[in-house]
Design a protein around this ligand. Sequence first.
Ligand code: BYC
Length: 310
Amino acid sequence: MDAIAIENAFQEKIDKDLNIEPKDQMPEKYRLHLIRQISQHAHSEVIGMQPEGNWITRAPSLRSKQILLAKIQDEGGHGLYLYSAAETLGISREEMIEQLHSGKAKYSNIFNYPSLNWADIGAIGWLVDGAAIVNQVSLQRTSYGPYARAMVRICKEESFHQRQGYEIMANMMKGTNEQKAMAQDAMNRWWWPSLMMFGPHDSDSPNSGNAFKWKIKRQSNDVLRQRFIDKTVQQAEVIGLSIPDKDLKWNEEKQCYDHGEINWEEFNQVINGNGPCNKQRMAHHIKYHNEGAWVREAAAAYQKHINELN
Ligand code: BYC
């Protein structure tokens, strides 16, 4: 089949809502679009372990420490499913890591902010995982089979993560004035970066055109952001937290919350390497990746040995 025939047969499948599987023929641009998005998603999961890992040794109780450990292990697992899904598209793990280290591949803006105290762990679980779920529930119906199936499992785990974070915030809001102030301070620092997680406004989203044509995306950046806001404002009210947005108000006609302007200048700085923790996050990843070289070498030597026996 020539390129046009491949593209037509492919689009016909997409239009019938059929999944595309690794051995199916697909346009090169679809393959590259998915490698970009899935690898960036995987990097986000793995880099996202850093701000939380910062608090394992300082968790306030054995229970909270066990829960946090389990959550961070889940994030590592999510990274692994996603790297594997991307590998089915013909890119190796080494190439993806190389693209992360060279800055060619991005990862979520949100993990370039510091986790300063225990309330931040609550805010990450509640707001960051909460935002991630809204995005990922929609991605369960993405057109590439291995990505869609990874999302089903990831969403189940993320909803536990979101509850873990909300529980921390709810408990702090029942505590002393200092604890309440800590929770509100974490809310103030994490709210706007969480809204940025959904990406630029639809009118400024260069990848959305193809993403919709190929049903990689099912809902737009702005639609998902609005869904997250509407859900989260109510959860904040229940535990007595305020949303740090003076322009936030219920729109009776549209039946959703209007919100203030997002600082896109800050977003662009952060995703281009100039956020508060970008350099620290990357230095940490490179250091431990290099220190783990012996594990990869040992695994390769073991595989070679097994192959020789067979
Ligand atoms: N951060 O054309 P657009 C987690 C980039 S981890 C950084 O709208 P697209 C967790 C975008 O890549 C879950 N960059 O792009 C883990 C593009 O640049 P490139 C993370 C962003 O792809 C541990 C440019 O801006 N979730 O839950 O159509 C602990 C223009 O954007 C961001 C995912 O990764 C951003 N927020 O839509 C706790 C979801 N937004 O690539 C929790 C999977 C945009 O052309 N990804 N950019 O150089 C997606 O759904 C989509 O890629 C996005 C962006 C909605 C994020």
